[in-house]
Design a protein around this ligand. Sequence first.
Ligand SMILES: Nc1ncnc2c1ncn2[C@@H]1O[C@H](COP(=O)(O)OP(=O)(O)O)[C@@H](O)[C@H]1O
Ligand SMILES: [Mg+2]
Length: 256
Amino acid sequence: MSTATAIRATGLRKSFGDVEVLRGVDFDVERGTVFALLGSNGAGKTTVIRILSTLLRADAGTASVDGLDVAADAPGVREAISLTGQFAAVDEILTGRENLVLVAKLRHLADPGTIADELLSRFALTDAGARRTGTYSGGMRRRLDIAMSLIGDPPVIFLDEPTTGLDPEARLEVWRTVKALAGRGTTVLLTTQYLEEAEHLADRIAILHGGSIIADGTLAELTALLPPAKVEYVQKQPTLEEVFLAIIGSPREEAA
Ligand SMILES: Nc1ncnc2c1ncn2[C@@H]1O[C@H](COP(=O)(O)OP(=O)(O)O)[C@@H](O)[C@H]1O
Ligand SMILES: [Mg+2]
């Protein structure tokens, strides 16, 4: 595997009972990039994330994160990653700062207070830091959640639907946060159901549908899959939504 590869999934398969959710999922994520795994509700995005973060074993296939095999070296992988789920793991009774200090202490890091203050400042939460997080807006809470996941500086972070359930303004706040992360060299794998989010944030986009990756590329590569629609003299590039619908929209029968 190239040293520029931060995450590699090869032939991942997973069934729950009779339901085959992943039927051979393949993709690579380059170091320091934002990769969006795009798919509808129930497509298997969380299942992929759980396999990559060692919470779930694949039935077949292999995956590595930061050069470590997820099955053979689960403890090593866990040290290299952080995972932020769809539902914020913030303790509402504690203040924002106390939440950060708690995580830094759990990770046995020196000087938890300084770490907390730096993260509060980086995520524009310094003023809110002394307030109980129960009083935070959805966007502030999600930002704090992402800040908590960065404690210890993991090289790879997984964000599972980081903006689902947020209002548009909070979504923008989280987008800014994710962009800033990538700017610092962290590899980000995020899942989303929102085409616009993938379009806006990701260096590469993979569409998970019917248990496998049916398209994978930069936005430009994906839009190039469709010829531009000619409207009189104006050339219109297809949007990611049009590409997505063209790929999955035709009544393409799945294997089961
Ligand atoms: N632990 C489980 N047991 C049974 N079925 C599951 C389990 N986890 C996920 N599934 C099923 O697998 C499919 C994919 O789920 P998931 O990976 O959560 O999709 P997504 O995150 O894309 O919405 C869904 O049909 C879901 O009901
Ligand atoms: Mg999910």
